[in-house]
Ligand binder design. Structure first.
Ligand code: GLN
Ligand code: ZN
Length: 750
C-alpha cells in the first residue's frame, strides 16, 4: 500500500517564515533572504516526508502567504489597483495580501475569509470583467523542479479551478461560468507544462465539492475538467477532496477520467457509503483520508483496519488500489510533539502532530491490521470531573432565557447608559507592543514577581484608558495586555485544558495561533478577569466593557476532545464563563462583551446539518452564559466575520444587546440582509479593516457609516474598528481611532 500527504505546514518548525517575512515587511531584509528561507523550508518538509516513507509527497503546497492568492497571482487575477502601484512582483503579491500605503499609492488588501470550517484564512480573489487571464510566473513548476533537483519526485498540488472560481468574488457582470473556459484552458496549459517537466502526479484540491451542490455547480465542475483531463498524457491526475464527503457529485466523479480520487473518511460521514453504493471508476485509485488532519489525537488504527476490510468487501483490491492519506492538509495541526517539553509523557503519548502523523501513515501502510491488535491504547488520566457532569445535568430550560425580552431591555438600557448617538468603542485589545510581550514572558518565566507584573500591567491599563479618553471614545476597554490570546488566556485559567509550548498553527499570512487542547471536563477555578476589569473601571468615569471569550469560540479554537460530544463540552465551558459574567456584574462591571469570534467557523458545510449538528447547541450555549444578568447590564458580542447573511435569525437569537463584526473587508454586503431580516440586536459593523496597517480617512469612515445608515436605524448603530487592535502598531492605531471619533462627531451633526 502507498501513502499520500495532501499538504504540509509551511510556517517553519519555529515559525521561521513568519519571522523573515515580518522583517521583510518592515524593510529590514530583502526578498532574497525570504526566498532562500522559503527554499530551505520546502527542502526540509520534503526530506522529512521522504525519510518518513511517504510515497506521494506534495510540492507547491508551500506559500509565502496563501495558496488561493498564489493561484490568483499565477493566472494574473490581479486587480488594476495593484498593478497601478507598479511595484516589483513580490511586492505586488504582498500588496494584494496586506494592502499598501506608501510612496507608490494607497490601496486596500483583498478580502480575507475563513477557509471552510477551519481557522485558516484565504485571500478572496477578485475577478473583474476586463481581466485577462494568463499565466504569470511558474511557481508550481519551479517548486517541482526544486524538489527534483534534490532527487525527490513530488506530486504537484494546485487548488482546483472549481473551488477557486466558486470562492472568488466577481466585481463586474461576469460570473464563474463566464470565466470557466479561460480558466480550464489556463489549468490545462499548466498540466501540459508539468508533464513536459516530467511531472507524474498532479493533485487538484477541490474541497468545495463537500458543500451542497446545485446542478449548475456540477455542470461547471464537469465543464472545467473537460479540457484539463484532455490535456493529460503522461501524468496521473488526482482529484483531492476534503472537509466532508462529496455525496452530490460522487456518481459523476467515478465516470470522469481522474486517475485517483481522494476522499475524506474522517469528516466525510458518507464517504464509505458512497464507495459501497457506486464503487470506483475502472482504473481509479482511492486515496483514503484516514489520518485526521484537523485534530491532534493519536490515530486509532483499528478504525483504518475496519475501513480497509469494508473496502475489500466492496471488491476493491486494497493493496493495489488504495493509497492511505491524511483527511486534509496537515496545515491545520502543529509541526511536532517533539517540540513539547512541558507536557508530561503520559499525556503526550496521546498526541500526534504533523510529523507524527507521517509516521502513523507509514506504520499503517506496513501493517494496519496487526498494529490494531498489538498496540494498546493507553487510558487517559484525569479527564472526568463528576461535579462538572452533575452541574451540566442540572441545567434547566429557563437557564437559556434572559429576561425581560430584548426590546424592553433596549429601552431600559437607553436610559441607564445615556450614550450619545453613534457610540464609539473598540473591540477590546490594544497594540501588544514588544514590551508588553516581554513583560508577560518575564512574569511567566519567573524573572519578575507577581507584584512587579501587576504594577506594569496596571500602568499599561491606565495609559490605555487615558489614551482612549484623549481620543474621545465613548465606551472604553482595558486593552487586554495580560492576554496573549483570547482563547489561550481563558483556557489557562480553567481546569480541563492542556497547553503546548510550540504548537503553532497558521491562521493567516504570518499570523499563527496556538490552540489549547481540551483534555478533560472544564470548570472555573477562580474569577479570571474581575480584578483587571475592576481596576480599569476605577480609572475612568466612562463606561468600561468587561471582556470575555464565549464558550463556542473557546471550543472552536481549541483542539476538542473526541471522547465527549461537542455539545456537552460547550455546556461545561458555558457554565464556567457564566460564573465569570455574574462575578463581573457583582463587581459593578455592567457592560460585558462576550466574544464569539469563531461562532460561524464550525458551521457544518452542508446546510441540512446546520441546525441539528451545530446551531441547536451553539446558540443556546451563548444564551446560557448571559441569561442570569440584570436588565440594565448590557451584553455585547463580537464576531470575526460578516458572512452570516444566511443565519441572521440565529445570530439575533443569541439575544445579545449589541453585536460588532467584521464588515469593512466584505463591502458591507451583510447590511442588506440585516435589514431584510429586521435584525433587532444593535450593530457595530466595523468601519475599517484592522488586518492592514493602513489608516482610514475621516471621509472614508463617514462614507461607510452612511452606507450603514441606509440600512440600519441610527439609534442601533455603533462605530468601531472591525476587530481587536493587538496586532497593529501604536501609531497607526491612534491615527485610525482619532479619525473614527472625528467621523462619529461629523455624523452626529448631520
Ligand atoms: N476582544 C478580542 C480582541 O480585541 C477579540 C479578538 C477577535 O475577535 N479575534 O482582541
Ligand atoms: Zn474579531
Amino acid at each position: 500500500m502507498k501513502t499520500s500527504v495532501i499538504g504540509f505546514p509551511r510556517i517553519g518548525r519555529n515559525r521561521e517564515l513568519k519571522i523573515v517575512l515580518e522583517k521583510y515587511f518592515r524593510g529590514e531584509t530583502d526578498i532574497r533572504q525570504v526566498e532562500n528561507l522559503a527554499a530551505q523550508l520546502r527542502e526540509q518538509n520534503w526530506k522529512l516526508q521522504q525519510q518518513s516513507g511517504i510515497d506521494w509527497i506534495s510540492s507547491n503546497d508551500f506559500s509565502l502567504y496563501d495558496n488561493m492568492l498564489d493561484v490568483a497571482y499565477l493566472f494574473h487575477v490581479i486587480p488594476e489597483r495593484y498593478l497601478d502601484l507598479k511595484l516589483s512582483d513580490p511586492d505586488t503579491y504582498f500588496a494584494m495580501a496586506r494592502g499598501y500605503q506608501g510612496k507608490a499609492g494607497n490601496v486596500k488588501a483583498l478580502a480575507m475569509k475563513k477557509w471552510f470550517h477551519t481557522n485558516y484564512h484565504y485571500m478572496v480573489p477578485e475577478l473583474d470583467d476586463e481581466m485577462e487571464i494568463r499565466r504569470n510566473g511558474d511557481k508550481p513548476l519551479e517548486e517541482y523542479r526544486q524538489a527534483k533537483r534534490l532527487g525527490i519526485e513530488t506530486k504537484v498540488v494546485l487548488i482546483g479551478p472549481f473551488t477557486f472560481l466558486k470562492l472568488a468574488h466577481y466585481t463586474g457582470k461576469k460570473t464563474a461560468r463566464d470565466f470557466a473556459p479561460v480558466f480550464a484552458e489556463a489549468y490545462a496549459e499548466l498540466v501540459r507544462d508539468l508533464q513536459a517537466e516530467g511531472g507524474k502526479v498532479i493533485q487538484f484540491d477541490e474541497p468545495y465539492l463537500s458543500f451542497d451542490l446545485t446542478n449548475q455547480d456540477k455542470q461547471l465542475f464537469i465543464d472545467l475538467y473537460g479540457p484539463i483531463l484532455a490535456a493529460k498524457t503522461s501524468a496521473k491526475v488526482l482529484l483531492q477532496t476534503y472537509f466532508g464527503d462529496v455525496r452530490d457529485i460522487y456518481a459523476e466523479l467515478i465516470k470522469m477520467d481522474f486517475d485517483a480520487l481522494g476522499l475524506d473518511f474522517v469528516e466525510g460521514k458518507q464517504s464509505l457509503k458512497l464507495v459501497q453504493t457506486f464503487g470506483l471508476g475502472k482504473q481509479q485509485v482511492l486515496v483514503a483520508g484516514v489520518v485526521n488532519g484537523r485534530n491532534i489525537w493519536r490515530h486509532n488504527s483499528a478504525k483504518t483496519a475496519d475501513l480497509l476490510e469494508a473496502l475489500k468487501q466492496c471488491g476493491i483490491d486494497t493493496e493495489s488500489r488504495v493509497v492511505l492519506g491524511t483527511s486534509c492538509s496537515l496545515l491545520h495541526v502543529p509541526y511536532t510533539v517533539a517540540n513539547e517539553n512541558r507536557i508530561p509523557q503520559e499525556y503526550k503519548v496521546h498526541f500526534s502532530f504533523a510529523e507524527e502523523k507521517l509516521n502513523e501513515l507509514t506504520r499503517l501502510k506496513t501493517n494496519p491490521l496487526s498494529e490494531s491488535k498489538t498496540e494498546e491504547y493507553p487510558v487517559r488520566p484525569d479527564c472526568i470531573n463528576p461535579s462538572v457532569r452533575e452541574r451540566v445535568e442540572a441545567i434547566r430550560p429557563e437557564d437559556y432565557q434572559r429576561f425581560p425580552d430584548f426590546r424592553t431591555r433596549e429601552k431600559i438600557q437607553k436610559d441607564a447608559w445615556n450614550l450619545p448617538l453613534f457610540p464609539t468603542t473598540t473591540i477590546g485589545s490594544f497594540p501588544q507592543t514588544a514590551d508588553v510581550r516581554r513583560v508577560r514572558k518575564e512574569y511567566r518565566t519567573g524573572k519578575i514577581s507577581h507584584a512587579q507584573y501587576l504594577d506594569y500591567m496596571k500602568e499599561k491599563i491606565k495609559a490605555c484608558i487615558a489614551l482612549q479618553e484623549e481620543i474621545g471614545l465613548d465606551v472604553l476597554v482595558h486593552g487586554e495586555f495580560e492576554r496573549n490570546d483570547m482563547v489561550e488566556y481563558f483556557g489557562q485559567h480553567l481546569d480541563g485544558f492542556l497547553f503546548t509550548e510550540n504548537g503553532w498553527v497558521q491562521s493567516y499570512g504570518t499570523r499563527c495561533v496556538k490552540p489549547p487542547i481540551i483534555w478533560g471536563d472544564v470548570s472555573r477555578k477562580a474569577p479570571i478577569t474581575v480584578e483587571w476589569s475592576e481596576f480599569a473601571k476605577s480609572c475612568s468615569k466612562h463606561p468600561m466593557k468587561g471582556m470575555l471569550t464565549g464558550p463556542v469560540t473557546i471550543l472552536n479554537w481549541s483542539f476538542p476532545r473526541e471522547d465527549l460530544p461537542r455539545e456537552m463540552c460547550v455546556k461545561q465551558i458555558a457554565l464556567a464563563i457564566r460564573d465569570e459574567v455574574l462575578d463581573l456584574e457583582a463587581h459593578g462591571i455592567c457592560m460585558i462583551q462576550i466574544d464569539e469570534a469563531a461562532l460561524r467557523e464550525k458551521l457544518p458545510l452542508r446546510k441540512s446539518d446546520w441546525k441539528e449538528e451545530y446551531l441547536d447547541w451553539a446558540i443556546p450555549a451563548f444564551r446560557l452564559v448571559h441569561s442570569g444578568v440584570k436588565p440594565t447590564t448590557q451584553i455585547h458580542t463580537h464576531m470575526c466575520y460578516s458572512e452570516f447573511g444566511d443565519m441572521i435569525p440565529e445570530i439575533d437569537a443569541m439575544d445579545a444587546d449589541v453585536i460588532s463584526f467584521e464588515a469593512s473587508r466584505s463591502d458591507l454586503q451583510i447590511l442588506d440582509a440585516l435589514k431584510a431580516n429586521d435584525f433587532k440586536t444593535q450593530v457595530g459593523p466595523g468601519v475599517y479593516d484592522i488586518h492592514s496597517p493602513r489608516v482610514p480617512s475621516v471621509e472614508e469612515i463617514v462614507e461607510t457609516v452612511h452606507k450603514i445608515r441606509a440600512r440600519i436605524p441610527d439609534y442601533k448603530i455603533w462605530i468601531n474598528p472591525d476587530c481587536g487592535l493587538k496586532t497593529r502598531g501604536e501609531k497607526e492605531t491612534v491615527a485610525s481611532l482619532q479619525n473614527l471619533v472625528a467621523a462619529a462627531r461629523v455624523l452626529r451633526k448631520v
